[in-house]
Design a binder for this molecule. Structure first.
Ligand code: ADP
Ligand code: ZN
Length: 289
């Protein structure tokens, strides 16, 4: 059986055809322009592919409340043309099949809990640290939505000691995203993060912010695994630094087998950067049920 998957991002749209085992059979990408230009290309691609359903893992904020009159739309994005666009209704109309819908980060998490390093876990978090910071949460076996969906990238963090920078978030003067996403690193040090690999002071501060945020997530959401993805996490030295600082911050307070094995608790994404599109396949599978 074939399923369509769309990972809708602010810069590119990844479209794939997959099967019930999460195998990606083919994949194409389109640049994200305005909906009137981009979406017809996507629908044209999926037409005639004999897919049972489409799963959309979408950049946000989005309306996920099934009872809402605007369910399926992108809400307050600054991305030109997309604010108020109902991507679910448009897909249903163009393709005439069931459409599953969730955030991009819940999509990545769903990929990891279905086919990746968090397979079978009822409680886990997927965090992306890239152009922004965002996170998906599964709790008691269900992806967390709530009044909107979690926005774990905008929690308030104390300034790190010796941080010469400042928050670049237009909404908050010291939130996680504003202090630790890729653009913040670039603003603080005057160079893109990828060119700062050999500067220990960069990763000291970065890991302090990440570990501090993870401590809050661990305490509030009690995840059994924390998966870290996104461009900034390609700096692999961050993992050991984050685990070390996380351990110091928890300071022996949580006594679980996970805390004794942080190498398997705070982990990189495991699906070769396909976690998002694979999660979208699972959203399509679930939409059929
Ligand atoms: P997006 O968040 O837009 O989906 P990415 O997850 O690739 O995309 O994140 C892009 C950000 O990650 C940029 O700010 C970039 O500077 C940073 N980045 C990308 N690759 C690396 C790398 N290898 N090391 C450190 N930072 C990186
Ligand atoms: Zn913020």
């Amino acid at each position: 059986m074939l399923f369509g998957a769309l990972e809708a991002g602010g810069t590119k749209m990844v479209c794939a055809i997959g099967n019930e085992n999460g195998e990606i059979l083919e994949q194409v990408k389109f640049p994200t322009e305005i909906p009137e230009t981009t979406m017809p290309q996507i629908f044209e691609y999926f037409k005639g592919k004999d897919i049972k359903a489409l799963g959309i893992a979408c950049f946000g904020p989005i309306d996920l409340i099934k009872e809402s009159p605007t369910y399926g739309s992108i809400t307050s994005t600054p991305k030109k043309g997309w604010s108020g666009y109902n991507i679910v209704n448009a897909a249903k109309e163009a393709l005439g099949i069931p459409v599953g819908f969730d955030t991009d980060v819940n999509g990545s998490l769903l990929g990891e809990v279905t086919w990746g390093c968090a397979k079978g876990l009822s409680d886990a978090i997927y965090l992306t640290i890239g152009t922004g910071v965002g996170g998906g949460v599964i709790s008691n076996g269900k992806l967390l939505h709530g009044m909107l969906h979690p926005e774990v990238g905008h929690i308030r963090l104390p300034f790190a000691k010796n941080d010469p920078g400042k928050s670049v978030c237009p909404f908050h003067d010291n939130c996680f995203e504003g202090l630790a996403a890729g653009p913040s690193i670039q603003a603080r040090w005057g160079k893109p993060a990828v060119e700062l690999a050999d500067k220990p002071e960069v990763w000291e501060i970065e890991s302090e912010y990440i570990a501090t945020a993870l401590m809050s997530y661990a305490l509030i959401l009690s995840p059994k695994k924390i998966i870290l993805g996104g461009g900034v996490m390609h700096q692999e030295q961050l993992f050991s630094l984050v685990r070390k600082k996380f351990k110091e911050l928890v300071n022996g307070y949580i006594l679980t087998k996970e805390m004794d094995d942080l190498d398997n608790y705070i982990v990189p994404a495991s699906l070769n950067d396909n976690q998002g599109i694979m999660g979208a396949i699972k959203l399509a599978i679930d939409a059929c049920e």
